[in-house]
Design a protein around this ligand. Structure first.
Ligand SMILES: *[C@@H]1O[C@H](CO)[C@@H](O)[C@H](O)[C@H]1NC(C)=O
Ligand SMILES: *[C@@H]1O[C@H](CO)[C@@H](O)[C@H](O)[C@H]1NC(C)=O
Ligand SMILES: *[C@@H]1O[C@H](CO)[C@@H](O)[C@H](O)[C@H]1NC(C)=O
Ligand SMILES: *[C@@H]1O[C@H](CO)[C@@H](O)[C@H](O)[C@H]1NC(C)=O
Ligand SMILES: *[C@@H]1O[C@H](CO)[C@@H](O)[C@H](O)[C@H]1NC(C)=O
Length: 214
């Protein structure tokens, strides 16, 4: 009986320590677009190096994941949330608020580059290359994805929250002394953490003692 209890406790502690990170569905993923084929278009044959819609259909995308485009400067990486823009294969008429071009900063052809695109909005979104006046996109340099919630945005990709509400100052009553500023320092944080781990140690000891007494 006590042995079973001890094993259950040990399993619970192990779970707490490992957290949910050992599970494949509970971490952020980097999706390499086209896998080893990359993000390439051959302007002589008008062919993409792989079927990007088929590639996208096999993936599960969540907030905080990245798309990694391994490509060259002959292709572009356009992200849009606007299906009209996607279907048009050009960003000429696109709004600044829903369509973004990633990467580069180079005007040369044929330079290799890696373009990471974080997935920060839970919605349908679209990608295409608008190079060669939209020819590339019309010949398959385009795909659509659906981004789910997953773990939600990690702090590194999150917008900082707005500052907390501060009530407007009220004029001090006559004759009142000025408020005293209390300065607190977070210097006892380390002690508190040590206290927490001692709690865990004591709990483990109690469990082990009950095991020994059985
Ligand atoms: C995913 O890609 C981003 C952007 O390049 C990078 O910061 C991060 O370390 C990558 N994560 C993994 C697990 O490779
Ligand atoms: C495009 O395809 C043609 C025919 O297969 C090939 O000869 C050529 O090397 C390819 N171009 C690039 C840049 O891969
Ligand atoms: C590729 O597309 C261009 C423009 O649409 C066209 O002129 C050319 O003939 C096409 N080449 C092939 C091999 O289909
Ligand atoms: C999509 O973009 C077009 C311009 O290309 C704009 O007229 C339209 O309002 C946008 N749609 C949405 C839903 O924002
Ligand atoms: C990139 O574009 C340039 C100019 O059109 C062309 O000469 C070159 O062959 C292209 N490179 C590849 C790898 O497609």
């Amino acid at each position: 009986m006590a042995v079973a209890m001890y094993l259950a406790m040990a399993a619970a502690v192990a779970l707490l320590i490992n957290g949910a990170t050992s599970d494949g569905t509970s971490k952020y993923t980097n999706h390499t677009v086209g896998d080893s084929a990359g993000w390439f278009f051959n302007s002589t044959t008008n062919k993409t190096s792989t079927d990007y819609s088929a590639w996208a259909a096999k993936q599960t995308f969540n907030l905080g994941d990245y798309l990694i485009f391994n490509t060259i400067t002959n292709q572009t990486v356009i992200q849009t949330y606007n299906k009209t823009t996607y279907d048009s294969c050009t960003m000429d008429d696109a709004l600044d608020s829903d369509t973004f071009q990633y990467g580069g900063g180079s005007n040369g052809f044929g330079e290799t580059l890696t373009v990471p695109v974080p997935l920060t909005i839970e919605s349908a979104q679209y990608y295409f290359s608008d190079a060669d006046d939209g020819e590339q996109c019309q010949h398959g340099m385009a795909f659509e994805i659906k981004v789910g919630h997953g773990l939600g945005l990690p702090p590194s990709l999150n917008q900082p929250p707005p500052p907390p509400y501060a009530p407007p100052p009220v004029p001090a009553d006559e004759g009142q002394s000025p408020p005293i500023t209390v300065v607190t320092t977070p210097s006892n944080n380390g002690e508190m953490r040590a206290g927490a781990s001692i709690c865990w140690l004591v709990l483990l000891l109690v469990v082990m003692l009950s095991f020994l007494q059985a």
